[in-house]
Design a protein around this ligand. Structure first.
Ligand code: FAD
Length: 388
């Protein structure tokens, strides 16, 4: 195929997941000319396989929590809220025993000190809002009213459509970036369509794809790839409404935000071993706009997935165990599984890989399980640092 040279744009973004989308969005809003390459016809990575929960409450107070809070403002802006499926229905953490209830009370104090609104709910208050919650499971809840959810399969598609129509994004689907080099006055990306693209700046947001671009550089960051197994039920009856993000006891025992609670270590030390724990399961619920329930998830980790391979198989015994645990927590009138899948993301102990390889090339990946919650704010900072 003939190689074609193209005009110089301000920014090339590699990858059409949420990180790529939000970098492109912030640059376009500054009036920059942006080209975005996505190797699939539509993005198929973690950004479309996740829960779509925007939950700053899951992050400890600090820079990432602040990014999450800013994300709520971005998502609530008329341009984003009117063009995507963002909903502000809040998040609730449901405690199932006295230990988890104690952690929720400690978490309430931490959030009060951080100025982040939340309300403790008695078991009765939980049942008023979520009548499906099991009387045998719930001890109490902690509710964060500002938090949001989104349909992940639609978010990136909606935003790419908006950016093309309103800001003139040049979107190149089905094009893999095969190489990226800095030249004297610009950076150059070669695409699998034979094109050579030139830009002032390149931002590579290639998710858990660690082998195509900058494989050696990525190896230095000791990235771990997580595989998460997810379930979607058939749509529930019309009068079944499960509002907001529902996070439950195993999440309270797992999410980083709770590590700061004075009782956290004792609760973890006393936690019995179980099959669900061995599979890294914590049960989250989100009702999709079609009425189905998205449930999950499990966590399996592979260090350095540049050289190791990860399993792609769906474990049906695990699905069954997750569904049984979910039904112990919530009444689910139609528990039939309509769909099940694995999602993958990379993570690092440094919270993210956000590295300038050279003056004109940046890599942003390894954001872990917080990309939907914080990616939009991280991207804003990077674009501000790049273009002022
Ligand atoms: C099951 C699951 C549940 C989750 N739940 C939540 C949640 O509720 N809330 C939350 O905040 N976060 C959640 N996350 C985390 C969140 O989904 C990720 O942090 C985020 O999607 C990562 O976005 P990304 O753009 O880095 O990666 P991806 O979404 O993987 O995007 C990378 C894109 O780059 C493309 N690409 C790669 N290499 C190239 C190349 N060389 N050329 C062209 N294109 C390329 C890929 O095709 C892909 O589309 C969850 C993740 C999973 C897996």
């Amino acid at each position: 195929m003939a190689r074609r040279s193209r005009t110089l744009s301000d920014l090339i973004v590699v990858g059409g997941g949420v990180l790529g989308v939000w970098h492109a969005y912030h640059a376009l809003r500054k009036g920059k000319r942006v080209v975005m390459l996505e190797r699939n016809p539509v993005p198929q990575g973690a950004s479309v396989r996740n829960f779509g929960q925007v939950v700053p409450s899951g992050l400890p107070p600090g820079i990432w929590r602040e990014r999450g809070k800013r994300a709520l403002k971005h998502y609530g802006s008329p341009e984003i809220s009117e063009n995507t499926s963002i909903r502000q229905n809040g998040s609730v953490y449901l405690a199932s025993d006295e230990d988890e209830w104690l952690l929720l009370q400690e978490m309430k104090l931490i959030n009060d000190n951080d100025g982040y609104e939340c309300h403790l709910l008695s078991d009765k208050e939980v049942f008023e809002r979520w009548p499906q919650a099991s009387r045998r499971y719930v001890r109490g809840g902690l509710f964060f009213p500002q938090e949001m959810s989104v349909e992940p399969t639609r978010l990136v598609r909606d935003m790419i459509g908006l950016m093309i129509a309103k800001y003139g994004l040049e979107y190149l689907p089905k094009v893999t970036a095969l190489s990226c080099r800095e030249q004297e006055h610009f950076a150059e990306v070669t695409g699998s369509n034979g094109a050579t693209l030139l830009a002032e700046q390149v931002i590579v947001c290639s998710g858990h794809e660690l082998r195509t671009l900058f494989a050696e550089e990525l190896l230095k960051h000791d990235l771990v790839t997580a595989r998460l197994q997810m379930i979607q039920t058939v749509p529930q009856p019309k009068d079944y409404q499960l509002k907001g993000n529902i996070l439950t006891g195993l999440t309270i025992r797992r999410y980083e935000a709770f590590h700061a609670c004075p009782s956290y270590q004792r609760v973890i030390d006393e936690m019995p071993d179980s099959y669900l724990r061995s599979q890294g399961v914590h049960i989250l619920f989100k009702q999709a706009v079609d009425g189905s329930l998205i449930l999950g998830d499990s966590h399996h980790y592979t260090r350095n997935a540049t050289t190791e391979t990860m399993s792609f198989e769906i474990d049906y015994a695990l699905n069954q165990a997750m569904l049984e645990e979910a039904m112990r927590i919530m009444e689910i009138p139609k528990p039939q599984i309509a769909s099940t899948w694995n999602g993958y993301y990379t993570q690092t102990t440094k919270e993210v890989v956000n590295t300038k390889i050279s003056d004109r090339v940046r890599i942003v990946t390894g954001i872990g399980g917080k990309g939907m919650t914080t990616g939009i704010s991280l991207a804003e900072e990077n674009i501000q640092a790049t273009f002022g």
